[in-house]
Design a binder for this molecule. Sequence first.
Ligand code: ZN
Length: 756
Amino acid sequence: MKGFLFLITCAIALSNLAQQLCPIIPTPSIYEVNKGELYIVDKLFLDYSFIPQNISEFLRNELNIQFNIALEQEKDDPKIIFSRISNVPKTYYSITINDNIEIQYNSDASCFYAVNSLLQLINGEQGKWNIKKSKVIDSPKFEWRGLHLDVSRHFFSVDEVKKFIDIMAMYKFNTFHWHLTDDQGWRIEIKQYPKLTEIGAYRDSTVYGHYSRSPRSYTVENYGGFYTQEEIKDVVTYAQSKYVTIVPEIEMPGHSRAALSAYPELSCDGVIKSVPGLWGVFDDIYCSKEESIIFMQNVLEEVIELFPSEYIHIGGDEAPKIRWKSCSNCQQVIKSKGLKDEYELQSYFIKRMDRFLTEKGKKLIGWDEILEGGLSPNAAVMSWRGDKGGKEAASQGHYVVMSPNTHCYFDYYQSSHPDEPLAIGGYLPLKKVYDFNPIPEGMNDFDADYILGGQANLWSEYMPTMSQVEYMTYPRALALIQSLWCFSKPSYDDFLSVYLAKHQDYLNNHKVNYANSIHFPQLNITRKEGGINLNFTGAYQESKFDVLLEWSNNNLNHSLNYPNLGSQDSIFIPKANNSKRSYLKVKVNSMSNSVEANYNFVVTDELGAKVELVTPAHPKYNNNGSLNLVDGVCGRRPWKGSEWLGFNTNRVEFIIDLEEKKKVSGLGIGFLEDNGSWIYLPEKIQVFKSKDKATWKSTSKVDLKDCETPFYNHEFHFKGKSRYLKIVVYAIDLIPEGKDGVGHVPWTFIDEIEIF
Ligand SMILES: [Zn+2]
């Protein structure tokens, strides 16, 4: 592979001279354009004997569906000439377009990659198709190019799963991580334990709306389903025909409520509990006694028979230890095996699975929690809590798949636009996915060799249909595959141009419900003396916008229109004066594709004020720095990421400059509570006043008081005169037992402040 890397590094330097954007996603290593075009009317010819039959079938189908071009037995030009070559990497292929199309490949998989690239090279219209005379040379950078799908929280049919595999395969993903079991449903038939699917595959209710909502409500209906072993075999064979390996996941010891509802004797307390219709992390997990271990191994025995993959995923994440602590069986295992604590007990549990899988000729992979308490030498790690677990595992010599929630969690919102359908939270726009590098920053070459690749995860709590799964997957999966395939990826702008010019149509042709989020006008806010500047950008550089401002306060309503604004233009919004708060509605119409966006502002005296973050925000949730707190845009609930400033520390301090000494009587401030995402309300707040930023005086003691304004949800009252205000927020120390994220420092999310 290193030799190939050298070859393509030299060639990239050459091909850059051509300045031709390659229409293929993922961008191939080399794309050279020559003069002229190959024209195709409605037929292409092929000698079927040099290409695997499933691939010729695929090619024929796609040519027919997308272009109405017939593929016929070789007798005329233009021909597609396939040949298998060696002395190149197994994944290598090349395409040469002259008067005919020549394809060289070294494995069935690379033949399939070549065919997919060829299909993306075709331009033109019905009966007048053409391909630029050109040369493509290609091979992927990473061997694990994955997409995950959770079929437990919501269930998807065999046909839906096959379509999901179809589309990912066309974009050269090669690993499908099938998340088959979780608290809310067991989805794979296990012959030895029929109750897993008879009982564990169905729940009688499902939480409605966002699960952090209070009070919660439920849709009461029987929901569920599972795949028979015959169906599993069918999907595995189908995926093989698309050169996709399926890695099954059987979660343990946590995320096991569905299994425990069928076999409560495998839990610590033995109490019968139904399959939950609520999302989150549950305290009930498999007991670590021998009986549960034998059960898991028996399950894995049947799973191994169904899946030819090298790796079997055993989960290992989010397993609260509360039941193990009070269980005499678990404590007995700790004692008899000489273990230190419940973390070592989990490590013992996972090691038993690892030994079992190794004996059966398989390799274990699990979420990065499996590092806690020691990891067996053969196991591989999937790093999801940022890149920390991946770094640690690679430095210990374990293979790693990078799937950090910072760049690979496709259940997060892809824009902060109010019209985005309900999602779990978080913010992961297309550009951020594009910036993903599976090799963590600062990792040395030696450790980097342990990075197998990367993967995006589609947790389906808020994806009840395959259509919604597609919405969350595309186009972000196209940005991701660039990071997994390309040795040297083009700029984001070039990628976006290719996507807009070609791949929306490509996805339309395959009836994929991709998201249009990048077409929503993007609001950018900057500080300007005495207020803020608003500016709008779109997916296209030349995007133009029609902007309407509608002001309202107690006795004055008026509106202002700004037509034909470009991405360089901005609108100034002055701050309020003397606490005369006003409300501003901003309507933005994107003139290129008639998408409308609405934004609501609250204009206060503090709009655009100078705020010094003594405690820096966490880089993950620091979209616009300290301006976030005074930009007039209030953080939403459920949150869509970018409006909130996030901190992952116990003490947060910031200073507001009021620019002159003035009378103050209180402070309004917004905090987010979403315990499922480990975001908790603070324990207490202190406010200090100062004339000179040197000596600080504590204000009289004030309590955290809920209030009903949609703007902020807490307010403090104090009296006096001040130029500077220092605000110190104290989070709870560590997340307590019985709560999501137990033992970790909680997140504090703050947005929008007002001084009155
Ligand atoms: Zn137990």
